[in-house]
Design a protein around this ligand. Structure first.
Ligand SMILES: [Zn+2]
Length: 449
């Protein structure tokens, strides 16, 4: 299946480019997304004499803080096999026993390899938020569909040639005993916990954001901040297209604001490489909280003006000064998805326009639109033009109308597959790209010839 990479032709010189040349050109967004993969090169990074972070060995980061008589591990990867590799590297640095493990939140990619780090250590404190892991997918009544969508978002079944990365994680991660090293917390905190571990003072703060069991860790003596998944090098995933409960966007922004009040020398995120230097650390935290709270407030203001969902999405924009920041590129999260999520959280599914109280069935709407457009053949002709012109989103919407009319289903499905691949080839957002491509493969597999 050919993949058309060039976006809409805007001028005559671009129109002269042949189809073959188009196929060879890589969209600048894909080049940027590929560049993000350097965040996941496996490395044990030494931040100072006591703080080490392992990046790129699995989907997330794990860190070791060396104290007087032992070490503290912050987050524990997903696969036990990957955790064993890192634990061995940590032991080459120090043989001190593990005194405590801190989970920044309950997502599986941060909790599955704990036993590898603990090894022979005794009486290890395992610390997390109260309510740890309560909101996980496995406990949801809609778990079967969440699982399917999760697979698409992360591109789990994509062939190697289609894999770039997952936005804030490598394109594929260890499958070696996933989750088999998980150990439950034995100490939980509500709002905060100030505790001395291995001779070092730790400050833990509850910080709702990506999850409602999220916390961040501040170590004053090391000037080190462990953000969990409330911060990483990408616009934050305020809504996950795999399907998730509401992520508290306001608290998320405020938690980053609070982080920025500390004299941070090292930001150690849950994903992507650490950032060192007081000026850049402060700048990054500041622009992150400003971006999140700005998206939140603009959405609230639009809602109060009576805007519909679509009008709200179109009205909310990040200022250029934020949009251009390297740590706010939409590799993982997307501004418009966040806006939709906030809108639905506050007012539910009804967008305020009475037209949408009892809409036509999608089949009836499709029938009318196709008739208005001059019939199925006419729409198909137009659909083919959207492919040629690079008008992929409109093409997808048109294809969906035709697919509801029982007209040349196989042919229209083939065009839809082509459109999905073409639109994927323009995405900077890894979950969107993975979803388009995964869905295209599913359609291809099921398309009756
Ligand atoms: Zn994570």
């Amino acid at each position: 299946m050919a993949v058309i990479i060039l976006q809409g032709c805007e001028n005559t010189s671009e129109k002269n480019i042949t189809q073959e040349q188009k196929l060879e050109q890589e969209h600048p967004n894909i080049t940027k997304l590929k560049g993000q993969s350097t965040e996941f090169t496996p490395e044990i990074i030494k931040l100072n004499e006591n703080v080490y972070v392992a990046v790129g060995y699995d989907g997330s980061n794990t860190s070791m803080v060396i104290g007087e008589d032992g070490v503290v591990i912050i987050d524990a990867l997903r696969a036990l096999g990957a955790a064993e590799i890192v634990a061995n590297k940590f032991r080459e640095i120090t043989s001190k026993p593990v005194k405590a493990v801190i989970y920044t939140h309950g997502h599986d990619d941060h909790t599955g390899g704990t036993s590898a780090f603990i090894g022979d250590s005794k009486n290890v404190k395992i610390i997390a938020r109260a309510g740890f892991k309560e909101e996980l997918q496995g406990k949801s009544p809609v778990e079967p569909i969440l699982k399917k969508r999760n697979g698409r978002q992360f591109g789990r079944d994509l062939p190697a040639k289609d894999i770039i990365n997952r936005g804030v994680a490598p394109g594929s991660t260890s499958k070696d005993r996933v989750g088999k090293g998980y150990i439950e917390p034995n100490i939980t905190l509500n709002d905060s916990l100030f505790v001395n571990l291995a001779g070092i003072d730790f400050q833990l703060f509850a910080a709702n954001g990506e999850t409602n069991d999220e916390l961040f860790v501040w170590i004053p003596s090391e000037e080190s901040l462990f953000t969990g998944d409330n911060y990483y090098k990408s616009f934050p995933n305020l809504y996950a297209i795999r399907g998730s409960q509401y992520r508290d966007v306001k608290s998320w922004g405020e938690s980053i604001q609070k982080m920025s009040t500390f004299p941070v020398e090292h930001i150690i995120p849950g994903h992507t490489r650490p950032v060192s230097g007081k000026t850049i650390a402060y700048k990054n935290l500041k622009n992150y909280s400003t971006a999140i709270l700005s998206v939140y407030q603009q959405t609230i203001d639009a809602l109060n003006k009576g805007y519909t969902l679509q009008q709200t999405v179109e009205s909310v924009k990040l200022a250029d000064s934020l949009r251009n920041q390297p740590n706010l590129q939409e590799f993982y999260g997307s501004v418009s998805w966040g806006v939709r999520s906030i809108f639905l959280h506050y007012v539910g599914w009804f967008d305020g326009n009475p037209t949408n109280l009892y809409p036509l069935s999608s089949a009836k709407e499709a029938k009318h639109i196709v008739e208005l457009a001059g019939g199925k053949e006419k729409v198909l002709e137009h659909l083919n033009n959207t492919v040629k012109n690079g008008d992929y989103q409109w093409g997808l919407q048109l294809a969906d109308y035709l697919l509801q009319t029982d007209y040349k289903i196989t042919k229209i499905t083939e065009i839809k597959i082509q459109l999905l691949r073409s639109i994927a080839a323009q995405q900077i957002n890894a979950p969107a790209r993975n979803y388009y491509l995964s869905y295209a493969y599913e359609l291809e597999k099921n398309n009756v010839k």
